[in-house]
Design a protein around this ligand. Structure first.
Ligand code: ADP
Length: 256
């Protein structure tokens, strides 16, 4: 059985083709048209995997742009897909922390990757990938450089978490001569603090898996681990977790 999962996020669109044992993956920026991004990434993936569209038995779409595509057989929420993807990538996970471009969530799951409980922040950009992008731009660096720049630095305390006010605060800290790395370490710490308060509401935990694009930032991972007090694991395909989960759920639909 060949199935596909497409995760149309606010920043990036991810797609996976799963054959029951292994998967092909592709990612592209979502840009202004979620529909175009989904078609582009899916066609790329088909080429890479050497399949034609009619060979794919079932397609599940997820992510904020999931309703904008017309070639999916089903749409499934991101929470369900991330949970399933994280349980596949890191067996034994009992809590998923997902930080994407426009929201952050913590999801308590069972061994099968089914959702037991969750908490989500999608009301404002604070503590999301978008927040980090805005601040990185204000500091003249790329998000992929944040972890290295902040490694080993003492975090500065930041008073603002609202993206707009935090950007002004960062600009003023720079003009006071504060060091970039210390400012970034402070940002990571404040994001981790918000997430930690969500995690603490989920009860006792053994294995935490961190997914979404922000999981690629080792500074945020470390800060989370320090504040939560147990290991926070990042699978190599952390950003693909939603698409992987969608492709796995598509396999379930095929078996029904
Ligand atoms: P969405 O699903 O909303 O499109 P993603 O899960 O793709 O979001 O995450 C996007 C975020 O991931 C970006 O806003 C950025 O902060 C972060 N990110 C992406 N690539 C990297 C990278 N190489 N290093 C660190 N952070 C990254």
């Amino acid at each position: 059985m060949l199935t596909a999962g497409i995760d149309i996020g606010s920043m990036s669109t991810k797609a996976v083709i799963f054959n029951g044992q292994s998967y092909y993956k592709a990612i592209t920026p979502t840009g202004w048209s979620p529909r175009q991004a989904a078609e582009l990434v899916f066609n790329d993936l088909l080429k890479q995997a050497g399949h034609s569209p009619d060979q794919i038995d079932f397609i599940v779409a997820t992510g904020y742009g999931r309703i904008s595509i017309d070639f999916a057989d089903r749409v499934v929420t991101e929470i369900t897909c991330h949970a399933r993807g994280a349980a596949y990538l890191v067996p034994g996970t009992d809590l998923v922390i997902d930080i994407g471009g426009q929201d952050s969530k913590v999801i308590r799951i069972n061994e099968q990757g089914q959702v037991l409980d969750f908490a989500m922040n999608d009301k404002c950009a604070a503590g999301t990938g978008r927040f980090l992008q805005v601040i990185a731009a204000a500091l003249g660096v790329d998000v992929s450089e944040l972890a290295a720049l902040s490694a080993g630095k003492t975090p500065l305390t930041l008073n603002s978490m609202c993206t707009v006010f935090a950007e002004s605060e960062v600009i003023s800290l720079i003009s006071q001569g504060k060091e970039k790395g210390e400012i970034i370490a402070g940002l990571h710490q404040s994001i981790a603090r918000r997430i930690t308060s969500m995690v603490q509401r989920m009860g006792a935990l053994n294995r935490i898996t961190f997914t979404g694009g922000v999981a690629r930032n080792e500074g945020v991972r470390k800060s989370l681990e320090q504040q939560i007090g147990i290991p926070v694991l990042v699978p190599e395909d952390c950003q693909m977790a939603g698409a992987i989960g969608a492709a796995l759920i598509a396999q379930d639909f095929c078996r029904k």
